[in-house]
Write a protein that binds this ligand. Structure first.
Ligand SMILES: Cc1ncc(COP(=O)(O)O)c(C=O)c1O
Length: 392
């Protein structure tokens, strides 16, 4: 295990660089929510050192005293170039973007652009819990379109939800999570094209949260929603927050399709100017110069998915786990363990391991837990040992 700023140049696995003692000194949410005898594999933070190009960009900015209000287009330019390099998509137009303080603020702003208070927002449950809180906070109401048994978007359920959402002719939005948190499913081009077609037919506006897009498994290909035919009036949210662990250096980008440029023009000035300048510097450096570090991370996550699969097969064969094609989250179906609706509470209480309870993810989340794989392999092994001890 090496120093805090190592990383991209040596392309070593960033998930193997920090010891548990180093991690316990962290003051962020993941490491401070629970007492020290609990192993925390819950909230979406990664146990990695900061990528060297990001660390350098912000330390240089601090050395310059460059801590004023943010300006310029370096962030959208870096995302556009990343999108062209990684996803073969050259449709991200810098002039159709707006800085937002973070992705969830961007989601709320996007929903405000396309719906009015009281209107419906469709989500694919089980899904990232703050979708529910943010929609409620924005005075909109949730309409659930449950995922299919295979954890993919169920187009019939989606169409039914679109009909209910648009009842009475009111505007409605669809908050798409792409890739999907918590399942790690990467939606295919065919699925996204079908989604765009349905949205067009029913007059529903699509807001795609693509925060996990950089974090894909070997062999998976992320498809930007705005790249599919029919998605021209869509909005998307992007960020380096998940791919490079920058939640503490907040910053997001709202991207509009060609037919949504007029909506984007209504984003209040105060929203973009509230984005952290240091955050923008960090996110820009990640997208522009953090590719090698990201590749090393993705290889480490592939290993961790395989490790978890093997450990569960050996020690907890009743737990169902379909490894995701993206994100560093593992969605575990624990219903066969007979621990009731909230197995995370049992694992915490008896096993001293903190996972995220499936209950908060909406309909279909009961009996499930979400485990954060972005940690050292030894800590994944220890987490499964603790889970096993909780049911013995
Ligand atoms: C799907 C999704 N959207 C948004 C966020 C939060 O993003 P931000 O911290 O930029 O608001 C997360 C964090 O895990 C997430 O998983």
């Amino acid at each position: 295990m090496s120093g805090l700023l190592s990383g991209s140049r040596t392309a070593v696995n960033p998930l193997r660089q920090l010891t548990i003692d180093q991690l316990r000194k962290r003051t962020s949410l993941k490491w401070r929510e629970y007492p020290d005898d609990v192993l925390p594999l819950w909230v979406a933070e990664m146990d990695v050192p900061l990528a060297e190009p990001v660390a350098r960009a912000i330390t240089d900015a601090v050395a310059r005293g460059d801590t004023g209000y943010t300006a310029g287009t370096a962030y959208p330019q870096a995302v556009a170039e990343f999108a062209a390099r990684r996803w073969g998509w050259d449709g991200l137009a810098v002039e159709r973007t707006a800085l937002v303080p973070d992705v969830m603020h961007g989601v709320v702003e996007a929903l405000r652009l396309v719906t009015e208070p009281g209107d419906a927002v469709v989500v694919n449950c089980p899904v990232y819990p703050p979708f529910y809180e943010s929609v409620a906070h924005a005075d909109r109401r949730i309409v659930e379109a449950p995922l299919g048994e295979d954890l993919r978007i169920d187009l019939d359920a989606l169409e039914d939800a679109f009909r209910r959402a648009r009842a009475g002719g009111r505007p409605a939005a669809y908050l798409l999570c792409s890739p999907h948190n918590p399942t790690g499913v990467v939606h295919s081009a065919a699925e996204l094209t079908a989604v765009a077609g349905l949205a067009q037919r029913h007059g529903v506006r699509v807001v795609a949260d693509e925060i996990h897009a950089p974090v894909v498994a070997e062999g998976a290909r992320f498809v930007p929603y705005l790249s599919v035919p029919g998605a021209e009036n869509g909005l998307s949210l992007m960020s380096a927050s998940k791919g490079w662990n920058l939640a503490g250096l907040r910053g997001g980008l709202l991207v509009a399709g060609p037919a949504a440029a007029g909506d984007l023009a209504r984003v209040p000035f105060g929203v973009s100017v509230s984005t952290s300048h240091l955050g923008v510097i960090a996110h820009t450096a990640a997208f522009r110069d953090g590719g090698e570090w990201l590749d090393a991370l993705l290889t480490g996550l592939d290993d961790n998915r395989r490790l978890l699969t093997a450990l569960l097969a050996e020690h907890l064969p009743a737990v169902r786990y379909q490894p995701g094609q993206a994100t560093y989250l593992a969605w575990l179906d624990c219903r066969a363990l007979g621990l009731g609706d909230d197995p995370a509470a049992v694992f915490l209480d008896r096993g001293r391991v903190a996972l995220t309870s499936g209950l908060a993810f909406g309909t279909g989340g009961g009996g499930h837990v979400r485990l954060n794989l972005a940690t050292a392999p030894e800590l994944i092994t220890e987490a499964v040992r603790r889970m096993t001890s909780a049911i013995d």
